[in-house]
Design a protein. Structure first.
Length: 305
């Protein structure tokens, strides 16, 4: 009732979603659940999904170009080019390309993120939006599969640190790991060999100058802010045994207990190696409820325009 009233006032859809609900599509699991959606059928909503794919706004101001190819029967693929510059934490400009795939299987709509993987071999993240009928509702989940990352953004952050610390060398992303055969990393070979203890002391001083504070456990902590907004409480610590600096990103969790992604930077003489491993998880929190509501309401509005 309230969403219908708001739609009448604003001219925009305002379907609400409730987090952490029992799934009707998959009993025994959890989801975010919409309130009933009026004046729309399941088939119309699926058609609206394709309209949304083609007409939606870029997810970030850093996106410079998009291109959609493929067929609806097998899924549409979106090439997303971006450029990130002007951030205090990023002293270099970073350009790259991400890939996403959109498909429908039965009554479930999929939004899949593949990162820089042009071959679409490994899904990194996925939104699953399942349509329920009588009454028409949508339940959704967001899943991160915990795939190792070594793309252009990580390369940019490593290059920024090395530049700040006056280490000379060119980094490459998505190349063979020198420490873990068969895996990919960002790798930089510096002009001169670097002692790990020296690197950590210089990096520690840099982080403190950036506003990090030392916690009782020896880690350095700060809310560094998310790349696309919001908080990102970050802890940085030294693992001298593995010659590695570990950065734990906790998103909005100011207790630093729920680590969402871990970035490793390993130093071995004149070779710097960096990679990131997100936490594999299925999220049905308020964050997923809000992002799912944004997608569904945009589908409804674009489909009716």
């Amino acid at each position: 009732m309230l969403s219908g009233l708001m739609s009448a006032i604003t001219g925009a859809s305002n379907v609400g979603f409730t987090p952490d609900m029992e799934s009707l599509h998959k009993p025994g699991s959890r989801c975010v659940m919409s309130e009933p959606i009026e004046d729309l059928t399941a088939e119309q909503l699926k058609q609206n999904f394709w309209t949304w794919v083609e007409k939606k706004e870029p997810f970030s101001t850093y996106v410079t170009h998009t291109n959609i190819t493929g067929e609806k029967a097998t899924g549409l693929v979106e090439e997303i080019q971006f450029e990130v510059s002007g951030l205090m934490s990023l002293l270099v400009s970073v350009k790259g390309t991400f890939y996403a795939k959109y498909r429908i299987d039965g009554n479930t709509m999929f939004v899949q993120q593949f990162g820089p993987d042009k071959e679409l071999k490994e899904v990194q993240q996925e939104n699953r939006l399942t349509i329920l009928e009588n009454p028409l509702r949508v339940e959704g989940v967001f899943e991160d599969f915990g795939c190792r990352k070594s793309g252009p953004l990580l390369k940019g952050f490593l290059e920024s640190d090395l530049k700040s610390l006056e280490y000379e060398g060119a980094a490459e992303n998505d190349v063979d790991s020198p420490s873990e055969p068969g895996k990919k990393s960002v790798v930089c070979k510096t002009v001169k060999a670097v002692d790990f203890a020296e690197f950590w002391e210089k990096l520690k001083a840099l982080r403190i100058s950036e506003g990090f504070e030392e916690a009782p456990d020896g880690s350095l902590r700060k809310d560094t802010g998310g790349l696309f907004g919001g908080s990102n409480f970050t802890a940085v610590r030294c693992d001298s045994g593995k010659k590695c600096v570990v950065k734990e990103e906790c998103g909005p969790d100011g207790s630093y207990k729920n680590v969402m992604s871990t970035v490793y930077t390993r130093v071995d003489g004149g070779v710097f190696e960096s990679w990131a491993i997100p936490k594999a998880n299925v999220d049905v929190s308020q964050t997923t409820a809000d992002s799912t509501a944004k997608m569904i309401n945009s589908m409804i509005d674009l489909g009716s325009s």
